[in-house]
Design a protein around this ligand. Structure first.
Ligand SMILES: C[S@@+](CC[C@H](N)C(=O)[O-])C[C@H]1O[C@@H](n2cnc3c(N)ncnc32)[C@H](O)[C@@H]1O
Length: 755
């Protein structure tokens, strides 16, 4: 028989300190049938009332002799939940159920809500019974309220304490203990039941462990209650704030709870927290989106154009915003960002300007000059020129007209200036050389517009790196202006070892030597040229420049003009590699232009017959070599040009000069006839020819460019590789070198009519 620590009837709190095991340690006194130890009272007073003493109870709890039969009646039933007690209606139950019939005092206490202490204090019932009931009820209350109390800790009754302060041992204590021990089997069943209940309730996790622990021991009704907000002490009613304002009671709107924002992704946090912008003076951080808002929400870190950026800049860009790509229709704004961030200098489209990249093969360095320089007697010779002295053109153009194609200066290939222009600087359009000078002053390869290129089979050449309008001046052919004598000297002395000569007949029996000159010396010949080499009188001095042809020139086009040279001998003819469809095959005269010239001057040129045959590639036997050429008679302007060319070749300069002179006079006298004059003049002016540079050559009357073969030199490109049959001694002297297999070098030349 186990000893019970408290000799109280029906209740023993073996492990009251542990809330989890309160019920498991309870043994129920089933002698009190109507009540149950597990019935939760609403209060201690109510419990007292429910379990108030009654005659039956008193009789039952009165000390009686224990009988063997009764002691063997072990109640196995478990105390059930008393709904009536829970609802507080137990006192209205029929008397037979209340067991307190006639107990007015108990009823009064119940109604008045008397306390257990009062009941204990009253002496209406036996002390033992009262104490026993009180203990039991208190224990029930503790259990129901799930308090961490122990019945042992409660103050003991007077009867128990005794007047002398020593615990008063009940007479029936040993008997009760024995009876309780006999009921231990029922207690164990209860314990197992509560354990099951604990297991079931244990599955319901709650925030409050104590609550859960308490619920484990609660019964179903109580567990249902536990689900209610009231049990959880959750106030669902909004808190109404009433305040007095100006003497009125004002009900404030219930304050809204602050929204708990969802945790942001790490990248967003970084982007917002990390200050990208500079900190302002006041300590405030600059808003990120002020700077970066344009690209907010877009991926920025995977673009190639950030690869070359610094690491800090890349990181800065990554922090713009988290990656939220719009895969369906990505925004086109990244192009703008690329321009902003990666950036590049403004570039014109290719067909506007396209200079060659650096690293191009360059010709040997040469001394460049941007303007002509008279050498030796050349200047004096020029001043002696009749044309220079006698002719001073002055156009009669108006500002409205602006020196267009009808300007007499233009027709005469005189450039307007402040002394000879009627239209004025602002309106004059006949100042090509002045425009070119302005362009050069501004500088830049786009404005200059030409650059040297290495051709496949023609040496160096010149190409444009910008566009040019039709007839627009491109580049001036400049060099040293020398006399024929000086040219001979240079050929024999200075350039005797050179392979290439840049000599061009220029004016007044003078020659431009572009060995020291401009880039124009590299311009190659073409049978279908896109440019012209034209001599103009600018400020009273002859100047030569390359002009665009009748069609505009596009960027990247190689610039060419027709040398139209007169080799005077087939031996000097050089193979042409211009590649045009109408290529004549040789750097020689235009075959179709030669025939009419031959016819027109046959009686004038007697000594030149043999040379003409050579030009045509015919030997004395009448064979044509090296190429069979078809001669066609030229008509119209071409015929005039051919005539002029032939005249240049044959030395019939005087006739041409007369023609030009008369034209000039006509222009000066009457502008009404300038159309006809222009036609005539243009025919002569646009003509060009090639001639052998020699002592006995005829001086030409027009200012048009011609190419003069001045030397043969060793070159793998030589078509003939033979000595030129130049009339001049110095050139003949070079013949010995030419014999070694040189090539014919061509020098552009221009002749002024002068006998
Ligand atoms: C005034 S230079 C021109 C620049 C030259 N290409 C150079 O590299 O210095 C004239 C020479 O260029 C070559 N040339 C020019 N045009 C040519 C063409 N269409 N075919 C063959 N050779 C040409 C000839 O050798 C000619 O004697």
């Amino acid at each position: 028989m186990s000893a019970t620590p408290q000799p109280m009837a029906g209740v023993e709190m073996g492990r009251a300190s542990s809330s989890d095991s309160i019920l498991s340690a309870i043994t129920v006194d089933n002698s009190n049938a109507p009540s149950s130890s597990s019935t939760p009272p609403t209060s201690i007073g109510d419990s007292a009332s429910v379990s108030s003493t009654s005659p039956k109870q008193n009789a039952r709890t009165a000390p009686v002799e224990p009988s063997a039969a009764r002691s063997k009646r072990v109640r196995t039933s478990v105390g059930t939940y008393n709904v009536k007690v829970l609802a507080g209606t137990a006192i209205h139950a029929p008397r037979k159920f209340r067991k307190d019939t006639g107990d007015i005092e108990a009823r009064r206490r119940t109604i008045s809500g008397d306390t257990l202490i009062c009941a204990l204090a009253s002496g209406n019932s036996s002390t033992e019974t009262v104490e026993k009931d009180a203990k039991r009820l208190v224990s029930d209350g503790i259990k129901a309220l799930d308090l961490q109390w122990s019945v042992k800790g409660l103050p003991k009754s007077k009867s128990q304490i005794g007047l002398n302060g020593t615990p008063k041992k009940s007479a029936k204590q040993s008997d009760l203990a024995r009876r309780q021990s006999t009921r231990s089997a029922a207690g164990e069943k209860i314990e197992s039941f509560t354990k099951k209940l604990t297991v079931v309730l244990g599955k319901r996790k709650g925030n409050n462990e104590d609550t859960v622990a308490g619920l484990k021991k609660a019964k179903r009704e109580l567990r249902n209650l536990a689900d209610t907000p009231e049990f959880a002490k959750i106030d669902t009613k909004p808190v109404v704030h009433e305040v007095w304002s100006n003497g009125k009671l004002v009900v404030e709107e219930p304050r809204k709870k602050k929204k708990v924002e969802a945790p942001l992704p790490e990248k967003v946090k970084e982007a917002e927290v990390k200050p990208i912008g500079k900190e302002k003076a006041g300590g405030k951080k600059e808003k990120v989106w002020l700077k970066k808002g344009l690209y907010a929400g877009q991926k920025a870190q995977n673009f190639d154009w950030y690869q070359n950026d610094t690491a800090s800049k890349q990181k800065d860009m990554e922090n713009i915003a988290p990656y939220q790509p719009n895969g369906f229709m990505p925004l086109p704004m990244w192009h703008g960002q690329r321009l902003l961030e990666a950036g590049r200098d403004f570039k014109l489209p290719f067909d506007v300007c396209s200079p060659l990249p650096p690293g191009q093969p360059k010709p040997d360095e040469w001394r460049k000059t941007s303007s002509n320089r008279f050498i030796g007697d050349a200047s004096a010779l020029w001043r002696k020129s009749n044309l220079f002295d006698s002719f001073s053109s002055k156009c009669v153009c108006t500002p409205e007209g602006g020196c267009d194609e009808d300007c007499q200066n233009r027709i005469m290939l005189y450039e307007c200036d402040d002394t000879n222009c009627g239209a004025g600087r602002d309106h004059c359009k006949n100042r090509a050389f002045a425009d070119l000078q302005d362009r050069r002053k501004l500088g830049g390869k786009y404005r200059i517009g030409v650059e040297v290129i290495k051709t496949a089979d023609r040496g160096y050449g010149v190409r444009s790196n910008r566009c040019f309008e039709a007839n627009q001046i491109i580049v001036e052919y400049t060099g040293e202006i020398i006399t024929e004598e000086e040219c001979d000297r240079r050929m024999n002395e200075d350039y005797k070892d050179n392979e290439c000569y840049y000599l061009m007949s220029f004016d007044q029996s003078m020659i431009i030597d572009a060995t020291k000159g401009s880039i124009a010396r590299f311009v190659n010949h073409s049978c279908k040229p896109n440019c012209r080499m034209v001599k103009w009188i600018v400020g009273g001095k002859p100047r030569m420049a390359l002009f665009a042809g009748d069609n505009p020139i596009m960027t990247g086009d190689e610039l060419t003009y027709d040398y139209n040279f007169d080799p005077f001998s087939a031996k000097n003819v050089q193979e042409c590699r211009c590649g045009s469809a109408n290529c004549r095959g040789v750097l020689g005269p235009k075959p179709k232009d030669v025939k009419p010239i031959k016819e027109s001057v046959k009686d004038v040129v007697k000594a030149g017959k043999r040379k003409l045959k050579e030009i045509l590639g015919m030997d004395d036997e009448g064979d044509r070599s090296p190429k069979k050429r078809k001669m066609k008679e030229a008509t119209g302007v071409k015929r005039s040009a051919s005539l002029a060319s032939m005249k240049m070749v044959t030395g019939a300069a005087k006739t041409i000069k007369k023609s030009v002179s008369s034209s000039l006079l006509n222009i000066q006298r009457a502008t009404s006839t300038k159309r006809v004059i222009k036609k005539t003049f243009k025919a002569t002016a646009s003509s060009s020819s090639m001639k052998t540079y020699g002592q006995g050559q005829t001086k030409l009357s027009s200012r048009n460019s011609s190419l003069t073969i001045v030397a043969s030199e060793t070159s793998p490109r030589s078509a003939k590789g033979k000595t030129s049959s130049l009339g001049k001694k110095s050139i003949r002297g070079k013949g010995s070198r030419d014999a070694s297999g040189g090539t014919i070098r061509v020098v552009a030349g221009s002749d002024e009519a002068e006998e």
